[in-house]
Structure formats: structure tokens, C-alpha cells
Write a protein that binds this ligand. Structure first.
Ligand code: ADP
Length: 652
């Protein structure tokens, strides 16, 4: 999935410099021993694998057919055995030894190289998750979760591929090409030239392939992304698709996307069809030419064409074996380059994510909140959501908001949708910071408090409850992990959840969520209330659900919420008349400003917006006055995406 142009992601990704260098400098130290052992093991294994054909050639010439002196490159002749039998067994042991060495060092290199790659990636993955989690809500508001998932998953995998495959394959490639060239040149430089003339051609073909295939890869990546987005969209919107009967339309769209993917994949494969057989043909030609030239040389006993000197049968055989050996590593070049390019791009994305700064940060030496009284004060607070492009607020969502809540008081917030009620309370939890003014808890600006301790003392029961995959007890305990069973049951009882939990197949140990039993909306809500009961915060934020539950459930929920808010400073985004009636103070918000405040009776008396909103709900007046509806519509026009009806009208 590609980021929107100019998203925070894009901006920071483009600023990442030399990503792979940074990966090594930041994450390799402390693990370099694994990399070194891996590299050295790889080099030894590859060199050992070149010995058998070399020794075979020498043995043929000095022991089996001819009487050439027994010599090996780089080894002093005085170390060599003298008799034929000794030479034969010496060769045999070297051959056996080479195979054993190759296997042993392939094992060592495999373990070490993978340890390096996966240790690095483990830390990168954990680090990027940790930094991502600390990012401001502004980042998540941008709905980039799909892209974040893909960074944490796909990009991490690409890096892993590079670190264990590409890095080691390039070592292998260098050792093989250099080693083979060295052996062949030391045996017979003229025939070596003939054999190795294919190498530049093989490299040339590889470079052509990489250049030609790159734009096709880009196209294919785009069509994979497109197909995934389509599939994801159609799946998560399956209810809409079913209820609108648009299955055929969706199938057609998937068919289109899938066909594009097929077409672009074939575009890549068509080139691969040429590349791989092309490599084999070139290598085959090199083999044939070596066979013809070397064969004539050995067979006639005279150097053919313009060559000079002699060639032994054993040397010839070594040549034939070696010619076979450099094709496989060479055909990896395109993979290596591909993995390198992928890793570079992925690394850029990972560091891009890690580099996005957090606006909500702690001051040095923040105050730890302990046992707060729960006094909350908003002092001339202005707030606007930051613009994605420049980080500056587009327009104010809250303007000059001031109010105070004494410990233990309940404050109700009412007002039409989009008035700023949720936003107002998010400032208290410091999900966002005010543009101007201060939010204070027990007299301290929330920006001076430690984030964790502040949030631990604020309980939040939202409209949409989220339950993790796990047991009922684990979900209630979430955030108070040390709580014992007794405390969990007590919280559940207070939340009116104990009875239905007991009725579940395994009671408190019943698994819920993706792979467990499904709970109804009302049950989920009571679990989340139980969780907050257990948290036992001094300050409470309740976002009353607008969605309808049956009267009995509503009563249970109401009763548990009343219990929950006892002796706590409570802010409630109220949709029910019963809730607001009980509140110590009601703040009426419209367009980000407090337009009325007082208790229920005072506000009814005042006969303003509040009286009208609740008049409709209580059935005292049939509909909102035309003037009010008109205003709501205008507001919706100014802010596209808002529903044009005020909250209260959905409720009755
Ligand atoms: P309420 O809770 O009263 O319905 P909100 O606080 O949700 O109102 O919204 C107040 C205004 O802020 C609305 O205009 C809404 O569109 C806007 N808004 C809410 N959340 C965001 C966000 N994450 N990013 C940008 N604008 C937002």
C-alpha cells in the first residue's frame, strides 16, 4: 500500500540517508562476532569445496596416468608425498577432508550468519514497534495502520532476506569467482582465458536483465499493492457489500486487479525466461569451448590455435569441473542486487517510521502522579487538529474553553455531534496537547506530569470497547496485571458482569476475541467497565454509548456506571437524560465553545440549546426548531464528512 502524498511517513522516509549504513552502525555493534564467524566460515567452506576437482586433476597427472610431479598451488613441494601410493592416499584424504570441511563450515556459517541476521532483525522489529507505539494519536488518525503493519511485517522480512541471503551469497560469489580464476590461471593461464571469457558475458547479461526488469518489478509491486488493498477493502466492507447486493461488482473489481497482477507478473517472468536459460547457454558454451580447446590440446599433444605450451589430462579435467562451478553463484547476482535494492527501500521505511517525532513528550523530570485528589481545571483552552502536511492546526475545534471540576464531582458534556466533546476529554488524557491555555490536574499542568502516571489515574470507558484475544479474567486485569482473582471477581460483580461470566463455558477462564467466544455489545461494555473498576482511577471519562441495547441491559450498565463514578471526578459525554439529570454541572458545547452551563433545572429554565436538545428526547417537543436544524446543516456544510443531524435526533 502506498502512502498518501506528503504523509508524515513519506516526509521522514525521504529524509533517511544511507539506510543500510545506518542499520549496520546502529544495530550491528555487539553482534559483529556472529557476522565475522559467518563470513569466515563461508569463505573456508567455499575454498574447501574447490579443492576436490583440483586434487583430482593433480592425482590423475601424477599417480593415475602420467608421471608429472605432484604439486599443489601455494603448498611447498617439500611437503608433498613421494611414492605413487602415498600420493594416491594423500589425494584421497584431501578429497574426503574437503567434503567434511565444507559441510562443517557450512554448518558453522549457517548458524552464525542466521544468528546475526535474526538477532539484528529481532531488535529492529521490537524497536520499530516500540517507537511506533509511542507516536501521537495524530499519526494514527491518519489511518496509516495498514502501512505500519506492512513496515513491521514485509519490510522487516526484506531486511532479513538481505542480511542472511544476499550478504552471504555475495561473499560466496566473490570467493568462487576469485578462487576459480586463481586456480585456473595457476594451472594454465591460456586455457583459463579461454574458459573465463564467458564471465564478462555472464555479468553483462545479468546487468541487462536487472536494468530491463526493474521497471517491470515496480509495476508488479504496484499491482500487488492494489490487489491487496482491494481484497482488504472488500473483506472489511463485506457487510456493506452484502446488504447492497454488490458482490458481482466487487468480483469484477477483484478480477481487474488480479488480471493486472497476472499481466505484470508475466512481464517480469518473460524476462526471467530469457535470463536464466541465457546464463546456462553462455556457461554451456564456455564449457564446450573449454572442452574443444583443452580436448584437442590433450588429445593431439600440441597446443591448438595460437596457444603455446602443454596441457595435462588431469589439468583438463580440473578445468571442466571448474567451468561447471561458477554459473550457480553468478546466476545469484540478480537476486543479490534485487534483495539489496529491496532492503534499501525497506530500511528507509523502517527508519522513516522510527524518525517520526512525537509531539506528546514528557518534560525532563516529570512529576509522578500519586493518589491525586482529582481536581481538574481547563483554563482558556484552544485546540485544533494538526494538518497532515505541515503539522499546524487547520482550524480551532475548541475555543477558549474554561471550567473546573472539584474532586468527586460529575460533569456532563452535551451538544451536537462534532461540537468537540470527545476532543475536549482527549486533552485531559494528553492524547493531544492544547494549542493555547492549560489543562490542570490537582493544580499541575498535565504537560508537567509523567504520561504513564497521568493515564494510570484516568479511567476511560469508551463507546467502542476493545477486547484482546485472551480470557475474560485477562481482559479485566489488563493494565492491572498483578490483581488477584478475588479482585477481578469483585470488579466484575460491581460491573454487573459476574453473572454472565459465570454462565460462560469456562467462567473467568473462557477465551474471548478472535479465537474464542463472541460477546454481545452490552457484555463487552460491562467487561470494559469491570476493567476500569479494577483500575480504580481517581478521574473517570465515560463516553456513553449511543447504540441501543435492550432496556434491561441498559439498566445494568447504568447501575454499574453509577457505582463506578461514585467518589471519582467524572466526565461523561452524555446521551441519556437520566445521566445528565444527576450531574453536578452540565456543559453545553456548540462549535467548540461552551455556550451554556449549569445544572439540569437551571438550563431548562434558561430555555436555550440544552432545553431544546432534551426537549426532543423527552418527547416534550416533537422536533427541533427549524432555526436549529438550519444551523446544524450549515455546520455540516462547512465541515464535510459530518452528519447533518445533531446527536439527539438519532436517539429517540
Ligand atoms: P463530538 O465528540 O462532540 O462529536 P469531536 O470532538 O469528535 O466531537 O469532534 C470535534 C471536531 O473535530 C469535528 O469537527 C471533527 O470532525 C473534528 N475531529 C475529530 N477528530 C478528529 C481527528 N482525529 N482529526 C481531525 N479532526 C477531527
Amino acid at each position: 500500500m502506498s502512502a498518501e502524498e506528503g504523509s508524515a511517513f513519506d516526509v521522514y522516509r525521504q529524509r533517511v540517508e544511507r539506510p543500510l549504513y545506518r542499520l549496520f552502525t546502529e544495530y550491528a555493534p555487539g553482534r559483529l562476532q556472529w557476522l565475522t564467524i559467518g563470513m569466515v566460515g563461508n569463505v573456508i567452506a567455499r575454498i574447501a569445496s574447490l579443492l576436490p576437482p583440483l586434487v583430482l586433476g593433480v592425482a590423475i597427472d601424477s599417480v593415475l596416468t602420467g608421471d608429472q610431479p605432484y604439486t599443489l598451488p601455494l603448498v611447498p613441494n617439500s611437503w608433498m608425498p613421494v611414492t605413487d601410493a602415498e600420493q594416491f592416499w594423500f589425494s584421497a584424504w584431501i578429497i574426503v577432508g574437503s567434503f567434511v570441511t565444507t559441510s562443517a563450515f557450512t554448518y558453522i556459517y549457517g548458524v552464525a550468519a542466521n544468528n546475526f541476521a535474526h538477532r539484528v532483525m529481532h531488535t529492529v522489529r521490537t524497536d520499530s514497534f516500540e517507537t511506533m507505539q509511542r507516536l501521537d494519536m495524530t499519526f494514527f488518525d491518519d489511518k496509516q495502520t495498514g502501512e505500519v503493519m506492512s513496515v513491521l511485517n514485509n519490510d522487516a522480512n526484506n531486511l532479513e532476506n538481505f542480511l542472511d541471503n544476499a550478504l552471504q551469497n555475495s561473499v560466496r560469489l566473490s570467493v568462487m569467482i576469485l578462487g576459480i580464476a586463481l586456480i585456473l590461471f595457476s594451472l594454465n593461464w591460456q586455457l583459463a582465458l579461454v574458459t573465463l571469457v564467458a564471465v564478462p558475458a555472464l555479468f553483462g547479461l545479468t546487468i541487462w536483465f536487472m536494468r530491463a526488469v526493474e521497471p517491470r518489478y515496480v509495476k508488479r509491486r504496484a499491482s500487488v499493492g492494489n490487489l491487496n488493498t482491494r481484497l482488504e477493502n472488500a473483506l472489511s466492507g463485506v457487510e456493506l457489500v452484502k446488504t447492497t447486493g454488490t458482490e458481482a461488482y466487487e468480483t469484477e473489481r477483484i478480477e481487474d486487479a488480479s488480471w493486472r497482477y497476472f499481466r505484470d507478473t508475466m512481464g517480469v517472468l518473460r524476462l526471467s525466461y530469457i535470463y536464466r536459460p541465457g546464463m546456462e547457454l553462455l556457461a554451456g558454451l564456455s564449457f564446450a569451448v573449454t572442452f574443444i580447446v583443452g580436448g584437442l590440446w590433450v588429445f593431439t599433444g600440441e597446443a591448438p590455435f595460437m596457444l603455446t605450451g602443454t596441457l595435462q589430462a588431469g589439468e583438463f579435467i580440473t578445468f571442466l569441473f571448474m567451468t561447471q562451478r561458477f554459473v550457480t553463484p553468478l546466476s545469484q547476482v540478480s537476486n543479490i542486487v534485487d534483495q539489496y535494492e529491496n532492503a534499501k527501500a525497506s530500511c528507509e521505511r523502517i527508519f522513516g517510521l522510527m524518525d517520526i517525532p512525537s509531539q506528546i513528550t514528557e518534560v525532563e523530570d516529570p512529576i509522578e502522579v500519586e493518589d491525586p485528589a482529582g481536581h481538574v481545571e481547563y483554563d482558556h483552552v484552544d485546540f485544533g487538529y494538526a494538518d497532515v502536511q505541515d503539522g499546524e492546526p487547520e482550524s480551532l475545534v475548541l475555543e477558549d474553553v474554561s471550567f473546573e471540576a472539584e474532586p468527586g464531582e460529575t460533569l456532563a458534556l452535551v451538544g451536537p455531534t462534532g461540537a468537540g466533546k470527545s476532543t475536549l476529554l482527549k486533552l485531559l488524557m494528553r492524547l493531544y496537547d492544547p494549542v493555547d491555555g492549560e489543562v490542570r490536574v490537582d493544580g499541575h499542568d498535565v504537560r508537567e506530569l509523567s504520561l504513564e502516571s497521568l493515564r494510570q489515574h484516568i479511567g476511560y470507558v469508551s463507546q467502542t470497547t476493545f477486547l484482546f484475544d485472551g480470557t475474560v479474567a485477562e481482559n479485566i486485569r489488563y493494565g492491572r496485571f498483578e490483581a488477584d482473582r478475588e479482585a477481578v471477581v469483585k470488579a466484575a460483580k460491581a460491573a454487573e458482569a459476574h453473572e454472565f461470566i459465570e454462565a460462560l463455558p469456562k467462567g473467568y477462564d473462557t477465551r474471548i476475541g478472535e479465537r474464542g467466544v463472541k460477546l454481545s455489545g452490552g457484555q463487552q461494555q460491562r467487561l470494559s467497565i469491570a476493567r476500569t473498576m479494577l483500575q480504580d482511577p481517581e478521574i473517570l471519562i465515560l463516553d456513553e454509548a449511543t447504540s441501543a441495547v435492550d432496556t434491561e441491559t441498559e439498566m445494568l450498565i447504568q447501575r454499574s456506571l453509577d457505582r463506578l463514578s461514585e467518589n471519582r471526578t467524572t466526565f461523561v459525554i452524555a446521551h441519556r437524560l437520566s445521566t445528565v439529570r444527576e450531574a453536578d454541572e452540565i456543559l453545553v458545547l456548540e462549535d467548540g465553545q461552551i455556550v451554556e452551563r449549569g445544572d439540569h433545572d437551571e438550563l431548562i429554565e434558561y430555555d436555550g440549546l440544552y432545553a431544546k436538545l432534551w426537549g426532543v428526547q423527552a418527547g416534550e417537543i416533537d422536533d427541533l426548531p427549524e432555526e436549529f436544524v438550519q444551523r446544524a446543516r450549515e455546520r455540516a456544510r462547512e465541515r464535510p464528512g459530518l452528519s447533518d443531524a445533531p446527536d439527539s435526533s438519532d436517539d429517540d
